[in-house]
Design a protein around this ligand. Structure first.
Ligand code: PMP
Length: 428
């Protein structure tokens, strides 16, 4: 359809003044002026179902978070160089959601900063430089983190100290090998290749839901062997929970728990403040002690009062509204419905995911699994035209990424599935 006049004008002005790299999603871009739960409202009062934004995890404009931030903003904002009881309370509370070995918290402002610090500490602790990530991983935007984010593409070169392994897609395992064997073999090979080039291992870092690789949440039986290989080589395992954390996957607060492993470092961000910029790094104390003794790390906004107030309010809501249970129920219903709708489609290879992180892989042919990026884009834009927001992910951007605010309830699931069925009838 035709873009509304004011939107066309704003986009023209935007293109004139904004720096490089800004892109809009959807053939017909959209602007929102308010939101609640998993709903977004445009200027004309139309209600969109948000099935894509994971930052407003407890819901858009959640009143409890808004009130906590406004109250703190109207009182004072101090940084970590002053005693802040609220920061200590928050750290104790957040750490209580982790196994007791993970007992130290640093706070920063973005997932990128969290991963930057995590890897810096890992290098310091291990004396190594080598980094292993999955083949289409994304971990952030600093120069260091971009150097191990292959998802950024050819224009953003990987470091010579970086090695790539397959994501845990069971279909990539060589016939006759289990996924666990395949993953272990991949890590062993990467470590050997690093050593051959003079790099000792610092860290393996994985997104616990492998979201930019195409969303691979199951099975969960391979990580133990992988972490053993990493430790045997003197490296640490960093779990990137920026996407998978804060109950997103339904079964647990943290994605790594599903895999039955204990990371040395965990990073988190996006949903942590429901929109306030706050991110975290959780360490086993022995991993970060030397770094702390030798390096000064001060982050002006990281751990200051306002973002911490937002973080604490998010934890309140996660507890009070029993969010994890809702994620489990909505996620299961959503995946079951999607499987039912697409079971006879020649173009849907797989519906996968856990909790409210769901992927639908779209292919030209179910046998060859040849990706169909254009069809994926058509589905995404058809959904948007019917006022439901999703996007795509994976190596060939051919997996629908369905990742709503955790406020997504059973009425939202029903609306999503009814609309998806209409789109699927035409396209899939
Ligand atoms: N890690 C993962 C897994 C991410 O998905 C992202 C952001 N998409 C980041 C790190 C970086 O976070 P931020 O954009 O807050 O810097």
């Amino acid at each position: 359809g035709e873009l509304p006049e004011h939107l066309r004008e704003t986009i023209q002005r935007r293109n004139k003044v904004l720096g490089p790299g800004y892109t809009l999603i959807y053939k017909e871009p959209v602007e929102f002026v308010s939101g609640h739960g998993a709903h977004l409202i445009d200027r004309d009062g139309n209600d969109y179902l948000d099935a894509y934004n994971n930052v407003p995890c407890v819901g858009h404009a959640h009143p409890h978070v808004a009130e906590a931030v406004a109250r703190q903003m109207a009182m004072v904002n101090t940084n970590t160089r002053y005693v802040q009881e609220a920061l200590v309370d928050y750290a104790e509370r957040l750490l209580s959601t982790f196994p007791e070995e993970l007992s130290k918290l640093s706070i920063a402002c973005s997932g990128s900063e969290a991963n930057d610090l995590a890897v810096r500490v890992a290098r310091f602790h291990t004396g190594g430089e080598g980094i292993i990530v999955t083949r289409w991983a994304y971990h952030g935007i600093t120069r260091e983190v971009a150097s191990f984010s292959p998802h950024l593409g050819a224009g953003s070169p990987l470091g010579p100290n970086v090695r790539l392994i397959d994501p845990p897609d069971p279909r990539l395992a060589v016939p006759g090998t289990t996924l666990a064997e395949h993953m272990r073999q991949q890590v062993r090979g990467a470590i050997a290749d690093l050593e051959r080039h003079g790099y000792r291992l610092a860290a393996l870092i994985t997104d616990c839901a492998y979201t930019s690789d195409g969303i691979f949440t199951d099975p969960v039986d391979y990580m133990q062997g992988v972490v053993e290989e990493v430790h045997a080589a003197g490296g640490v395992y960093i779990a990137d929970e920026v996407q998978s954390g804060f109950a997103r996957l339904g079964e647990s607060m943290w994605g790594f728990s599903r895999h039955g492993v204990l990371p040395d470092i965990v990073t988190m961000g996006k949903p942590m403040g429901n929109g306030m910029p706050i991110s975290g790094v959780v360490f086993r104390p022995e991993v970060c002690e030397e770094f702390g003794r030798n390096v000064r790390y001060f982050n002006t906004f990281g751990g200051s009062s306002i973002p911490v107030a937002a973080g604490a309010a998010v934890l309140d809501v996660l507890e009070k509204e029993n969010v994890q249970q809702r994620v489990l129920e909505s996620g299961n219903a959503l995946r079951a419905g999607l499987r039912e709708i697409t079971k006879d489609s020649p173009y849907v290879a797989e519906v996968r995911g856990a909790g409210l992180y769901v992927g639908v892989e779209i292919v030209k042919d179910r046998e060859t699994l040849e990706p169909d990026r254009l069809l994926t884009e058509d589905v995404i834009n058809d959904m948007r035209d019917r006022r439901i927001l999703i996007n795509g992910t994976g190596k060939s951007a051919n997996t629908l990424k369905i990742r709503p605010p955790l406020a997504f309830d059973s009425a939202d699931v029903t609306r999503f599935l009814e609309t998806f069925a209409e789109v699927a009838k035409n396209r899939l």
